[in-house]
Design a protein around this ligand. Sequence first.
Ligand code: ATP
Ligand code: MG
Length: 196
Amino acid sequence: MKIGIMGGTFDPLHIGHLLAAESARDSYQLDEVWFMPSHIPPHKDKAGATGEQRLKMVAEAIKDHASFRTLDIEVRRGGVSYTIDTIEELHEMYPGFDFYFIIGADMVNYLPNWDRIEDLSEMITFIGVGRPGSPLDLLALPSYLQRSVLLADMPLVDISSSEIREKAEMGHSIRYMVPERVYEYIIRSGLYEIQP
Ligand code: ATP
Ligand code: MG
């Protein structure tokens, strides 16, 4: 089985995340993509929604896609989420599966700073997608990483969760930046101080 892992904070999940996952799945014939919200992201400060709320937004967004699943392993484990810990756990749980970690261009450029990245790059393959504002320059990466990063084409989406949170707090519309069911969930739960 070829499994794509779409990791992130998903605070909230938006259409850029969905297109990244679908483009990677389509480009590399992945059998499934597992969306995995992190618990406390190592490189971020505070999140607006709880782990349970972020899992719920993901579940709402992907429920019609036959090959997309939600993975709660990092939220359940708690603490700071390091991808290397997660991949070691997944390899034990699913021996023989090939894991592909899907990331946007900002994360591709940031890979050298990931915890135990040299070990991680031997265990999985990364699939990078384009993201406005983050030019991709694979040659700038150390050579052990150049070997572990594949690229997938996707229609560029200039949307980020932080921009969505800011817009909502300022009273602007975020409709259609997130899937409709995620939008409804945000309204229902009163997240991001949104005014319907
Ligand atoms: P924040 O603004 O809070 O950082 P974000 O929009 O960057 O949120 P994350 O949850 O941090 O979303 O991202 C999870 C993964 O999805 C990362 O690998 C990120 O690069 C990728 N990603 C997020 N938004 C896009 C986008 N618009 N296009 C391509 N990739 C994206
Ligand atoms: Mg981000």
